[in-house]
Design a protein around this ligand. Structure first.
Ligand code: 5RP
Length: 222
């Protein structure tokens, strides 16, 4: 079985009737939404909260009932993908452009289960993936310069035809050599006016399900 699919389907086993479930965005989260849809048809009684307009459409397609985040007090479990995962479960997320809603949903979640294939595991964040940062369109070139002053090379997602996020913002993909101190970098990024949110997810993931050769591996935070 596809590694991403295997990880997503294992994560879905944690979902029980009565739960509010955060629905992630991306090709791995896709398999989780598909599997949840199958379980809903078999009688699982859940309500989903989507992390993007794309995910909202998928949930409707697969028959997962939806509510908006403002209609719930908290989320029991969110299942979402990631671009990189370090040994402390810190993440880079947002290469699919949905990081702002994903981070708001993760923050509201009792459990944040990250589903990845084993190519996403790194010792130090920034090793493979750039860090996506959502910025306001107003003055975004100055925001880019301020981001580059932190030691990265920033590229506007979409280039000549910039991608607009579901929130009407832009994304800069910021390539750092290696992010040795993600907590400190997160503070520095948020000090820049114009930054809406960064794709650093620190201390939010509670479990990681890894799809690998021959099956899946579950890692849980104590
Ligand atoms: C979208 C995300 C995705 O979860 C992340 O990019 C991983 O995607 P995929 O599962 O397709 O590899 O953060 O904003």
């Amino acid at each position: 079985m596809d590694k991403k699919k295997a990880a997503a389907e294992r994560a879905v086993e944690f979902v029980q009737s009565g739960m509010v479930v955060g629905l992630g965005t991306g090709s791995t989260a896709y398999f989780a939404i598909e599997a949840l849809g199958r379980r809903v048809k078999e009688g699982l009684d859940i309500t989903g909260v989507a992390t993007s307009i794309g995910t909202e459409l998928l949930a409707k397609k697969f028959g997962v009932p939806l509510v908006s985040l403002d209609e719930v007090k908290l989320i029991d479990i969110t299942i979402d993908g990631a671009d990189e995962v370090d040994p402390q479960f810190n993440l880079i997320k947002g290469m699919g452009g949905a990081l702002l809603r994903e981070k708001i949903v993760a923050y509201a979640s009792l459990e944040e289960i990250i589903v990845v294939d084993d190519s996403k595991l790194v010792d130090v964040l920034g090793t493979c993936s750039p860090l996506p940062i959502e910025v306001a369109p107003f003055g975004h070139k100055l925001t880019k310069t301020a981001l580059e002053d932190l030691g990265c090379q920033a590229r506007l997602k979409g280039g000549e035809k910039p991608l607009k996020t579901d929130n009407g913002n832009l994304i800069y993909e910021c390539k750092f050599e290696q992010i040795e101190d993600p907590e400190f970098l997160e503070i520095e990024i948020h000090l820049i006016p114009g930054v809406v949110e960064s794709g650093l997810f620190i201390d939010l993931a509670t479990k990681v399900v890894i799809g690998q050769e021959g099956g899946t591996q579950l890692r849980a935070k104590n």
